[in-house]
Ligand binder design. Structure first.
Ligand code: ADP
Length: 493
């Protein structure tokens, strides 16, 4: 295609991709140029990421992108999972290997942190409720063990910041990702200095925070020599993958209700200012920051992990099914025979998912789903009903009503779930794009480099480029009755 090309590097906790997005400003096409694994590794002393390995895979992806698109490439942007970070000493060297957010060092740290500052105070400032993966807890753990890395650190960079630094030589902390740390002020988008001081963390490591779309600078000479082109700028994209996904989901007017549907589901609204009430904390909502000075007021919900894990288990048991085959089995199964709580801790760990779903139904005195179709149906309808619970709370906390849910990500390919979501919520579901994260990464670069005037133009470009499907709510009496049963089952008040 003739046009300009933007490179989106999208790293997940299991694998990474390098995508070349080409546009003539009328439409956008995406092409995967490189894919690689991102295996975290457990070692004595912790669970770590192989960040140098990731960096080399990114270089390889950039080399392939340059081979195909050469001079058409305008810029590069990186998004990754949130919270994890590296510490940099004065001379610019990374101190030690970045830990994984699931590293056991967080154990006991929530209690330690709340003994210094109650969660309500931290929430009022940062808009983030305490979760095991927050950078705040992991930094506190380093402080408590007199970590030599922390003692000698001059700067803290989150994973996408670190990779962008290695590409460009420029150190900067991108705001959307930093907002997940529980150390950023949700109202100002700057570091929450009072929280940092109270916890006793070294203030000097919290450096300049830049907005998504900030041009960091051209790739270093060594990088240019390897990839085959000099001077390509790296943009601090919406570097938290969820922020990128939300940026990549077109929304109109006051209809700012969104669902990022992948391995995990995240539902939220795009708002102008944080909501840090006691009710919002009590319901477990977080205020993460988005592109264009927005707040992503959101809640994590169990997601297609349930279905992905069923697929994996059946494959281990000797029956390989495609998503299409699973969809037809689920479509044929009877509705509303039983429900599970997708957020129950038993479902969080990998392995034996169909057996776990059956056991949950049995334990709660419900009909036990027998065949594969029934297991999938129970999981799908339960997810949709859990979305409804979160949706009701969003309506309560924002005082707004919505007539549409804008859903993006790989999970929207599950049509039974998209329809069930429309049915359960009683509002339209507009599904698209599948590649919301890459799309959001790319339009942030386009706005940052001046190729597009604003994010609205970016979302319009996405709308013109991909297929969007609308699911209209049906069967409302039956779904309402199912919701009442579901709430009783989960004892939701
Ligand atoms: P991640 O959050 O890991 O980036 P994706 O956005 O790629 O995930 O979405 C992955 C999920 O999408 C899978 O768990 C799977 O359930 C669902 N999915 C992917 N492809 C299909 C398909 N063809 N049909 C139905 N569901 C699909």
């Amino acid at each position: 295609t003739a046009g300009k090309t933007f490179i989106a590097v999208d790293l997940g906790a299991g694998s990474g991709r390098v995508i070349a997005a080409t546009t003539d400003l009328s439409t956008l096409t995406l092409e995967e140029v490189h894919r690689f694994d991102n295996p975290g590794t457990d070692l004595p002393g912790g669970s770590f990421w192989n960040v140098i390995g990731l960096y080399r895979e990114i270089l390889e992806g950039l080399r392939r992108a340059v081979a195909r698109h050469g001079d058409a490439i305008v810029s590069i942007g990186i998004d990754t999972w949130a919270c994890d970070f590296g510490l940099i000493e004065k001379g610019g060297e990374l101190l030690g290997m970045p830990h994984q957010y699931r590293d056991a060092r967080f154990e006991g740290m929530a209690e330690a942190m709340h003994a210094i500052l109650p969660e309500s105070e931290i929430y009022a400032r940062t808009g983030i409720k305490t979760n095991f993966y927050n950078s705040s807890l992991h930094l506190l753990a380093e402080l408590r063990k007199n970590s030599p890395a922390l003692a000698n650190a001059d700067n803290l960079l989150f994973i996408p910041d670190l990779l962008a630094y290695w590409l460009t030589g420029r150190q900067a902390v991108e705001r959307t990702n930093a907002s997940t740390s529980q150390l950023l002020d949700a109202a100002t988008g700057e570091w929450a200095r009072e929280v940092i001081q109270a916890l006793g963390l070294p203030e000097k490591i919290f450096g300049k925070v830049v907005a998504p779309g900030t041009v960091l600078g051209p790739v270093r000479e060594e990088v240019a020599a390897f990839i085959g082109r000099a001077g390509i700028p790296v943009v601090a994209s919406a570097s938290h993958d969820t922020a990128a996904a939300v940026a990549g989901i077109p929304m109109e007017g006051s209809e700012k209700l969104w669902l990022s549907s992948g391995t995990w589901s995240i539902m939220g609204v795009e708002t102008d200012r944080p909501i840090t009430s006691a009710e919002a904390l009590g319901y477990g909502f977080c205020n993460e920051l988005g592109v264009d000075n927005t707040v992503r007021f959101l809640k994590n919900i169990g997601g297609l992990w349930l279905i992905q894990e069923c697929k994996r288990q059946w494959e281990l048991d000797g029956e390989k099914l495609t998503y299409a085959e699973m969809a037809s089995l689920a479509n044929e199964a009877e509705s509303f025979t039983a429900f599970i709580d997708p957020d129950d801790a038993v479902f969080a760990s990998p392995g034996e998912m169909p057996a776990k779903i059956r056991a949950w139904c049995e334990k709660s005195g419900q009909a036990v789903p027998q065949d594969k179709g029934q297991v999938l149906r129970v999981a799908t309808e339960s997810l949709a009903l859990k979305y409804r619970v979160v949706y009701e709370r969003i309506r309560e906390l924002t005082g707004s009503s919505y007539s549409r849910l804008n859903a993006g990500g790989g999970g929207i390919q599950n049509e039974l779930l998209s329809q069930a979501t429309a049915d359960a919520l009683g509002i339209e579901v507009v599904a698209g794009p599948v590649e919301a994260t890459s799309c959001g990464n790319v339009i942030t670069q386009m706005v940052g480099t001046g190729e597009l005037p604003d994010f609205k133009a970016g979302r319009d470009l996405i709308r013109r480029s991909f297929e969007f499907r609308t699911f209209v709510p049906g069967n409302q009496a039956a779904w309402q009755a199912a919701y009442v049963r579901f709430r009783e089952l989960l004892a939701v008040v």
